[in-house]
Design a protein around this ligand. Structure first.
Ligand code: 5GP
Ligand code: ZN
Length: 114
């Protein structure tokens, strides 16, 4: 846990959120500023800043678990399709440095993203 991290505080219950999934290792919450009818954030309980850091860590299975939860929620909320996004670093548009997968569904997505 990183005591300055807003998503660690959400995972630990210090900041309230609406949970769409919760197990020992992965949680999913509703984004506070949704960009689609469904906008969820899937994240590890453990603090990893980004996908690079998680890939460097010993726990390789956690990446698969994150995508398993994200794709299940995507399929549930977007039977006709959905989008998974991982903004990474400053140029990637990441604003919270606790790894998370955005699950966006419920509208036609455009490409390229901004
Ligand atoms: P990023 O910009 O890092 O890819 O995504 C961070 C996301 O976290 C944004 O979509 C933002 O709306 C969301 N967010 C920031 N603070 C909170 C919060 O306190 N609660 C929830 N549920 N979402 C948050
Ligand atoms: Zn964190």
């Amino acid at each position: 846990m990183d005591s300055n991290c807003i998503f660690c505080k959400i995972v630990n219950g210090e900041i309230p959120a609406r949970f769409a999934h919760r197990d020992d290792r992965v949680v999913a919450i509703s984004d506070v500023n949704p960009q689609a009818p469904t906008h969820l954030l899937v994240m590890p309980v453990a603090h990893h800043a980004n996908i690079g850091e998680l890939s460097d860590a010993a726990d390789r299975a956690l990446t698969a678990e994150l995508f398993a939860v994200a794709s299940r929620l995507g399929r549930e909320h977007g039977p006709d399709g959905y989008r998974l996004v991982m903004n990474t670093g400053a140029d990637g548009g990441q604003t919270v440095d606790h790894l998370h997968v955005h699950v966006l569904a419920g509208r036609q997505m455009s490409w390229p993203p901004g």
